[in-house]
Ligand binder design. Structure first.
Ligand SMILES: [Zn+2]
Length: 266
């Protein structure tokens, strides 16, 4: 891949890094990352991936910007309240880096459309805020053989992992076989979340996405990172592929996507 002098200048601080170089920058330019949810996690992740020169970003969110989003969803500014998140987010990302192609999906992502949508991408970053979507994204990534970078946040806590069940690692269902019953787990809306926690986990998701694209460092596949902001502690738990997993195990019972009822109105 041939870069202009302006591009070399823009990316100079990462092109000089060992393991990246012009070749790595070319990989980033050719990469396509789908971001599910342009909220607290998707915002910082999208900004850093665009800044790093990831060639195509897919941004999926059917919501409009609301005042109470601005505390953590840094893709948006106060005058953006009322606009579609994906439209406003696309403008922010394109002004940061006009070379990045931003595809927007403002329709609801369901079992009917997710597989065709993510098929065009190399990697999926899940920044959704509810269990039905998290399971839908996990299952769709398994069927479409896409690497999934998963993040979740609540109150002062966050977690992160990478799922590559088609490459021998566990999937999200190996860890959590089923969504919790409606009402058992509070949503961010009910329980609150510190904006900076969303920033920490969203940026770690961007970090892992860049590593997977570049093929550098150690993958988070098979590892679950737990973050607590109050103690400022990071804990790592090993996670194994579950041979009895209903999706990626030896005798799978899930053969198609499931639309679980939405338990929280975000
Ligand atoms: Zn599994």
């Amino acid at each position: 891949m041939k870069f202009s002098s302006e591009q070399i200048h823009r990316y100079s601080r990462q092109i000089i890094l060992p393991g990246i170089g012009g070749k790595g920058q070319g990989k980033l330019a050719e990469a396509k990352v789908f971001i599910m949810g342009a909220g607290g996690l998707g915002s910082p992740a999208a900004i850093y991936l665009a800044a790093a020169g990831v060639g195509t970003l897919g941004l999926a969110d059917s919501d409009r910007v609301e005042m109470h989003n601005l505390q953590r969803q840094i893709l948006y500014r106060t005058p953006d309240v009322g606009l579609l998140k994906v439209e406003s987010g696309k403008k922010t990302l394109e002004s940061l880096n006009p070379e990045v192609k931003v595809q927007t999906y403002s329709e609801r992502i369901t079992s009917a459309n997710i597989k065709e949508i993510i098929r065009d991408y190399n990697l999926v970053l899940d920044g959704s805020d509810n269990f039905p979507t998290r399971f839908l994204v996990n299952d769709a990534c398994y069927f479409e053989k896409k690497t999934l970078i998963s993040g979740a946040i609540l109150r002062f806590d966050g977690q992160l992992s990478t799922f590559k069940p088609n490459a021998g690692g566990p999937c999200y269902r190996c860890l959590f076989p089923q969504p919790p019953p409606p009402g058992l787990v509070p949503s961010c809306q009910e329980a609150g979340v510190l904006g900076a926690v969303a920033g920490v986990i969203g940026l770690l998701q961007a970090n892992e996405a860049l590593k997977e694209i570049l093929g550098i460092g150690e993958s988070m596949s098979g590892r679950l990172l737990l973050f607590n902001a109050l103690a400022l502690s990071f804990q790592e738990v090993k996670i194994q592929k579950n041979p009895d997993c209903s999706l990626c195990g030896m005798n799978p019972t899930i053969r198609e996507l499931i639309d679980y009822p939405q338990t929280c109105q975000a």
